[in-house]
Design a protein around this ligand. Structure first.
Ligand SMILES: [Cu+2]
Length: 395
């Protein structure tokens, strides 16, 4: 896989050099593509970056060691290939989770998918959404670097830049330096998928058919290059003997792009509304209503299963974009906003049928969160970007 990748990198740069001999100065760097960032969003981003930089130096995070998380479209092919190589490396490593918890766990990536499934009804449509996923992203970034030698930091999918057509992004252009494209087209209809675990029986969400529905056929995560095991969990019919999809179910990675969830929806306008939110309540509602669900729905199928969604490796770039929006919002006023929390302790405040001791009341920053493998940090540990081992800025 990585040998092929290097050949493609050399090929792409050589082709570029060949053209440039005729056409102008040599540049093996990607260009800024897509819909340009509007000046109002840029103002919020500039303020965030300025305030973060001004806050550095007291907690071991300095202007010298701060990590820059960049757009997948703005990093170079060597970094993209290194990231993809490291994801495959985690997929080839044994898991750390006790398999008696979920017999379908086969590799190190499944440790992440497992705890996400296990915590889904607590960490979505709740007060923990943003801090839990912030620590989750940091954990995979650390695993990619420390266990698989990835040299860069977690990239983000610059969703609003490509809201008109996400296949124009290097994230989804189908090349070996992307996450591949859509799934193969399979005729399918709208379904209601049931979310298990909530005391409201058969609580379901609609899932509209998109332009794919089958296996990803291009790129490094296409069928044959990559497989997944846990889930799916949210389905039209739940199997009571395997309610959370913990049994092995080896299969290809499927997608079902839904352009209607992106075009006119995942726009710079809505991104600006999110970072301009005037309270934590507005921020959380805007993130959930304008962005979070829609970005999962755009990718579709495995990525749109609220439980086992990390099965799609693009999950981490999708959530880095959400983490970036929260970071920019926090960065407008770090003193007032870093530890702001809003929301319940469970999905929409609905009690859970398996955890009667998790009260559906309001979440606090002192509440512990379960990150898996025995790590139970307080919610407030998942909030600053430059403390407690976290040290990063979105560029
Ligand atoms: Cu999630």
């Amino acid at each position: 896989m990585h040998i092929l990748g290097h050949l493609i990198l050399l090929g792409a740069c050589a082709a570029l050099l060949g053209q440039l001999v005729l056409a102008g100065p040599v540049r093996c760097k990607p260009n800024t593509t897509g819909i340009p960032m509007p000046s109002d969003f840029k103002r919020y981003q500039d303020t965030y970056q300025k305030n973060i930089k001004a806050s550095l130096g007291t907690q071991g995070c300095t202007s010298k060691n701060i990590a820059a998380r960049k757009s997948w479209d703005e990093i170079d092919d060597a970094t993209r290939l290194d990231y993809i190589r490291a994801v495959h490396c985690l997929a080839a490593k044994p898991p750390k989770t006790d398999r008696s918890l979920a017999s379908g766990i086969v590799n190190r990536l499944d440790d992440f998918t497992y705890i996400h499934i296990n915590q889904t009804n607590i960490i979505h449509q709740s007060g923990y959404l943003l801090p839990w996923h912030r620590l989750f992203l940091w954990q995979i970034e650390t695993a990619l670097r420390d266990e698989c030698g990835y040299k860069g930091y977690l990239p983000y999918w610059d969703v609003p830049r490509f809201s008109d057509d996400q296949t124009k992004s290097k994230v989804f252009d189908g090349s070996m330096t992307s996450f591949g494209g859509d799934g193969a087209f399979v005729q399918h209809a709208l379904e209601q998928i049931i979310l298990p675990g909530l005391v409201i029986a058969n609580f379901s969400l609609p899932r509209a058919p998109g332009t794919g529905g089958g296996c990803v056929t291009t790129g490094p995560f296409a069928a044959g290059n990559f497989s997944i095991s846990l889930g799916p969990v949210a389905k039209p019919v739940i199997d009571p003997t395997d309610k959370y999809g913990y049994r092995a179910n080896p299969r290809c990675l499927g997608r079902d792009f839904h352009p209607g969830s992106s075009k006119g929806v995942l726009t710079w306008g809505n991104a600006t509304t999110i970072v301009a939110s005037d309270s934590i309540k507005a921020l959380r509602n805007n993130v959930e209503d304008l962005w979070h669900l829609n970005s999962h729905t755009f990718v579709g199928l495995e990525a749109a299963d609220p439980f086992s969604t990390p099965n799609d490796p693009v999950f981490y770039l999708l959530h880095a974009q959400i983490d970036r929006l929260w970071a920019i919002w926090q960065g407008q006023d770090l003193a007032q906003r870093t530890f702001a929390i809003d929301g319940n302790r469970t999905f929409l405040g609905i009690p859970l049928d398996y955890a009667p001791n998790v009260p559906p009341s309001l979440a606090t920053i002192e509440d512990p969160m379960d990150m898996g493998l025995g790590w139970r940090p307080k919610t407030k540990e998942g909030m600053p970007m430059t403390e407690g081992g976290r040290c990063y800025i979105y560029e």
